[in-house]
Design a protein around this ligand. Sequence first.
Ligand code: FES
Ligand code: FES
Length: 148
Amino acid sequence: MRLSINGKAHDVDVDPSTPLLWVLREQVGLTGTKYGCGVAQCGACTVHIDGAPVRSCVMPASAVAGKKITTIEGLAQGSTLHKVQKAWVEHDGPQCGYCQAGMIMAAAALLKEKPRPTDADIDAAITNICRCGTFQQVREAIHAAAKA
Ligand code: FES
Ligand code: FES
């Protein structure tokens, strides 16, 4: 099947039920999207499908053929970081970093939907799990990105 990932077409030969996460990581070589739980709970595998945040560990590849898939590798515009990525760098919030690509993708989708989110909006939208407990830093970085 043909997948459109970060603006490029990729022909992949996989079982249609293969989760998108594994196609991205193992077929296409985009390893920025992480595997955490595998059951749609942690958000480490978050990517955008047609601009909306999706947990790729439970998304069959066949369901996204023909749609626009964006991963953390495709969030920046060339050498210009997305405003969420810039805020992340400026706030230096990540600890181990494992969950952070998913956090950034979820945050970018939230700001597209709600350019000035409240704390409640952030809590409702960012249900990603961070074992290092960076939730407060994530919230601050999202507010900073909203003002950028
Ligand atoms: S790995 Fe997909 S939600 Fe945890
Ligand atoms: S920064 Fe370590 S899991 Fe979130």
